[in-house]
Ligand binder design. Structure first.
Ligand SMILES: *[C@@H]1O[C@H](CO)[C@@H](O)[C@H](O)[C@H]1NC(C)=O
Ligand SMILES: *[C@@H]1O[C@H](CO)[C@@H](O)[C@H](O)[C@H]1NC(C)=O
Length: 420
């Protein structure tokens, strides 16, 4: 009894200790990411202090214990220049585009006046060795994104909701940008109502990254696809990125979920795509995509044909054993219901899979929708077990892989026209 009591007390202590910081530990390609490590967790008083703590050179565990609202904290651009791209066939229910300096994205599209919040346009440049951690379901950063650029490393973003970055406008703002970084764990994040990308990796290498247990909520009143769904979801353009993308919930999107190009490795497993009116994957040139154990429900185009496709191995029931020699385990077949088709059986993806992706546990496909919906996003840590890798019914693999405005600008050129 005494023993039991002290065991319980210890368990309670460690639970409350972890409530003050990162829960679980980074897995996948971001393994070893420690963020602010054992620095004392503290909550900034206001957006000014939050900005100071994010950008200074001190390792920090920064608690997001309330909403930090950046809207109106910089100028509001009134009567500014926007354009009406061809994709906007639905007027005020569509997205016009902000004319950004140095980008010819708007080309010869008709111009129009617009009003937007400058704070949303460019995110805060986060310094190395930070954990940015929401408390309970209170952690919201409204009206501004984060940029992990210029060589910063070792950053954890967990349990934070990013929302309302000029959602009316293409180029209104990206929630999280990686462009020249390494060791980044994005976990239990939620993104909604952004103008542009929910997550983007720019042209520079972003090294080892894990995006897990996160919710990409595409419901919007300003849709580039004119159907209430957000088009700009996840963009992976970094050369040399190795990304583990696991246990995420992507819903009500209409494109780029994700769009990948250039030389990178993406391992997408146990994600749940629901009600995507356009495409999920677009695997472009130089990309190696390993797609397994995911559920696609009501997804119009799970795999968009790319004009210069990369290499994809998307496990289906006839080829799960192809993984065994390379990964030391069978893959888990993807499941599609009321959806288009998912193609890709390029086994060279498996044989050339990079080392360093640890702690991967792919759960049984039947558990994915329920697990992901109860676990992904903010305020849900602990809902469905550990925050890191999900409990597994399949042996772990021992395998072992805005944009800056200009990158995004380039990216969008093929999409401004009409996206399919
Ligand atoms: C997805 O669409 C189906 C069919 O229209 C609907 O029943 C379901 O509620 C939708 N899911 C979400 C999360 O809105
Ligand atoms: C398995 O089935 C998929 C989808 O029907 C197909 O694209 C693929 O070529 C098949 N693979 C093998 C090894 O037969």
């Amino acid at each position: 009894m005494v023993l039991l009591r002290s065991v319980l007390a210890a368990a309670l202590l460690s639970a409350s200790a972890s409530a003050d910081g990162v829960v679980g530990s980074a897995f996948g390609f971001a393994s070893g990411t420690t963020g602010g490590g054992s620095a004392a967790a503290a909550a900034p008083a206001d957006i000014k202090e939050l900005k100071e703590w994010l950008t200074d050179s001190t390792p920090r565990v920064i608690l997001i214990d309330k909403e930090f609202n950046f809207i109106g904290s910089e100028d509001t651009c009134t009567d500014c220049e926007c354009c009406i791209p061809d994709s906007n066939t639905c007027g005020s229910k569509g997205q016009n585009a902000i004319k950004t300096d140095g980008s010819d994205w708007c080309g010869s599209y008709p111009t129009t006046k617009c009003t937007y919040d400058n704070a949303g346009i460019e995110g805060i440049n986060v310094a190395s060795d930070k954990s940015i951690v929401g408390v309970g379901s209170a952690g919201v950063i409204r009206g501004k994104g984060l940029r992990l650029v210029n060589g910063v490393t070792n950053i954890i973003i967990q349990n934070v909701h990013f929302t309302e970055l000029n959602p009316q406008y293409i180029w209104g703002g990206d929630a999280i940008t990686l462009d020249g970084t390494d060791k980044v764990w994005i976990d239990h994040v939620k993104v909604s109502k952004v103008g542009r990308q929910m997550i983007a990796t720019g042209y520079k290498s972003s090294g080892g990254v894990t995006i897990s247990n996160s919710e990409f909520d595409g419901q919007t009143s300003w849709s580039a696809s004119c159907d209430g769904h957000h088009y700009w979801t996840v963009l992976g353009y970094g050369k040399g990125d190795k990304v583990t993308f696991a246990n995420n919930y992507l819903h009500h999107t209409s494109g780029r979920s994700p769009k990948l190009e250039f030389n990178s490795h993406w391992h997408a497993y146990n994600n749940y795509w629901e009600n995507n009116s356009g495409h999920a994957f677009d695997v472009g040139e130089g990309v190696n995509a390993l797609i397994e154990g995911n559920v696609f429900s009501n997804v119009k185009t799970p795999m968009n044909p790319d004009s210069k496709p990369g290499l994809t191995f998307a496990a289906s029931s006839n080829d799960t054993s192809s993984c065994t020699s390379a990964l030391g385990r069978a893959c888990v077949a993807n499941k599609l219901t009321s959806s288009g088709t998912l193609s890709g059986s390029d086994e060279s993806v498996l044989s050339s899979w990079p080392k360093g992706e640890s702690g991967v546990k792919v759960m049984s496909i039947d558990n994915v929708p329920t697990y992901v919906k109860s676990n992904a996003g903010t305020g849900k840590i602990g809902n469905a077990g550990a925050s890191g890798s999900a409990s597994a019914s399949v042996p772990a693999a021992t395998s072992s892989a805005t944009p800056s405005a200009s990158a995004s600008a380039h990216a969008k050129r093929h999409i401004g026209k009409r996206h399919h």
